[in-house]
Design a protein around this ligand. Structure first.
Ligand SMILES: [Mg+2]
Length: 246
């Protein structure tokens, strides 16, 4: 979906998982179980599986990166048995509110893309369930067809996104993600308008260990010009220039 013509409109990048739908859908939790089972299926004990799952997630931002690097796992096999095996249609429901938010973005002013650490198939499936697939102009995903694909929060992933979307200046990028590390990485690349989506009450849920890794920051770290929101609708206030005048 890379575009080849120059388009000077700023671009709004939305993370997908746990941003466009609530983390209360427990998809991360179910995904964690499938990933654990995958580690076990390649011959690791339950203990090693837990340890390495956490280690790779912390180190690479994505367990699969470690599986590919250190265990020669085929990303597409992993995708089939983990992401694709989730009954997403039963776990996520279409939200008229999210759809309306996307409809209310002024396309004469900005472009709207999704930026995900999942593979294309999972991303497209979620966008279809949410009925916003026709409201997203393009998709940046982890390309599992490439052996050494990059992912958030690696700088290369953000640079690849700018190339793929033909963005002239990172200052023209808007970005929202539920993972604070991913947001800070975008800021480090000079992305102009960054928002951290922190849904209320989610940190207390199961799977909170990974969430704590996502959001861990140095004590006393500055806000890094990142705005926190607890609902997507708050974007209307944070980025008023992106939406149609009401
Ligand atoms: Mg996310």
């Amino acid at each position: 979906m890379a575009c080849t013509t120059q388009d000077d409109r700023p671009i709004v990048f939305f993370d997908i998982d746990n941003t466009l739908y609530s983390a209360s859908s427990m998809i991360s939790h179910e995904m964690g179980k499938k990933i654990h089972a995958y580690f076990v299926s390649i011959g690791l004990s339950h203990e090693e599986a837990s340890e390495l799952h956490l280690k790779y997630y912390t180190q690479y931002g994505l367990a699969l990166r470690g599986l590919v690097r250190h265990h020669n796992v085929d990303p597409l096999d992993f995708d089939a048995k983990c992401d694709q095996a989730l009954p997403l249609e039963e776990m996520i429901s279409y939200s008229p509110q999210v759809q309306k938010l996307f409809e209310d973005i002024d396309r004469s002013k900005v472009r709207v893309w999704a930026l995900t650490n999942a593979y294309r198939l999972h991303a497209e499936r979620v966008l279809r369930i949410l009925k916003i697939d026709n409201l997203v102009d393009g998709l940046i995903f982890c390309d599992y067809l490439m052996k050494d694909f990059s992912c958030k929060p690696e700088p290369e992933f953000y640079r690849m996104a700018l190339r793929a979307a033909n963005v002239g200046s990172p200052a023209n990028c808007y970005f929202i993600d539920d993972n604070r590390k991913n947001v800070d990485a975008a800021r480090a690349e000079g992305w102009g308008h960054c928002v951290h989506f922190c849904e209320k009450g989610i940190e207390h849920m199961e799977g909170g260990k990974l969430k704590a890794i996502d959001d861990a920051r140095e004590p006393g770290a500055s806000d890094n010009d990142v705005v926190d929101v607890t609902t997507l609708d708050e974007l209307r206030t944070v980025w008023p220039e992106v939406f149609k005048a009401s």
